[in-house]
Each structure stands twice: as structure tokens, then as C-alpha cells.
Design a protein around this ligand. Structure first.
Ligand SMILES: [Zn+2]
Length: 102
């Protein structure tokens, strides 16, 4: 495992997988690319929350806050990757599993 202490913390992103439906202000989130309604990767980067779908479509979700990210049960980091691309590929959010929702 790479040493997390060597990471540039300005570029560090925290991610948590969310297999269920996700709502922003009570409205279910839906992927604009493939119409998926669940099975998300929720990303926190520089105080901004992003959503990524299995199809690799990713967007900034301004309705989700840092507190809501923490409430999703992200918990303390338990896995590290040297790059964001490696992280999303390892977790199956690089588009390889487009159309496959767990
Ligand atoms: Zn999608």
C-alpha cells in the first residue's frame, strides 16, 4: 500500500461506495448518462461532493454537503490508491461495469 503521508493533501479525495438510492434534498439522484438510480461512488474533494456512476459519468452534486458525505458512513480511510484513476478502476467505477449495478 502506498504511504498516505506522501500524498498531496490538496489533491487527496475521499470516496465512499453507496449501493442504494441517494437523495439530494429529497429528490432521487439519477445518472444523466445511463439513467441509473443507485450504486454510486460518492467523492469528497476540496470540500465539494461529486457523484460517480458505474458508467463513469461523474458530476458535482451541489445539493450534497460535506456533513452529508460523512453521514453516508464513509468513516476513516481504509484503502489508498496513488491516483484517482486507479481508485475508480479498482472500485469498478471506470466504466467497465457500465450497466451492471450491484
Ligand atoms: Zn451512469
Amino acid at each position: 500500500m502506498p504511504d498516505p503521508c506522501t500524498y498531496d493533501h490538496d489533491e487527496l479525495a475521499r470516496c465512499t461506495e453507496h449501493p442504494d438510492e441517494l437523495r439530494a434534498r429529497g429528490i432521487p439522484i439519477r445518472c444523466a448518462s445511463c439513467s441509473a438510480r443507485r450504486d454510486w461512488l460518492v467523492i469528497l474533494h476540496r470540500g465539494t461532493v461529486w457523484i460517480r456512476c458505474r458508467c463513469a459519468h461523474q458530476w458535482h452534486e451541489p445539493e450534497l454537503t460535506v456533513d452529508e458525505f460523512d453521514e453516508l458512513g464513509a468513516g476513516p480511510p481504509d484503502r489508498y490508491w496513488p491516483s484517482f484513476d486507479e481508485a475508480v478502476a479498482s472500485m469498478g467505477f471506470d466504466g467497465t461495469l457500465r450497466g451492471t449495478y450491484f
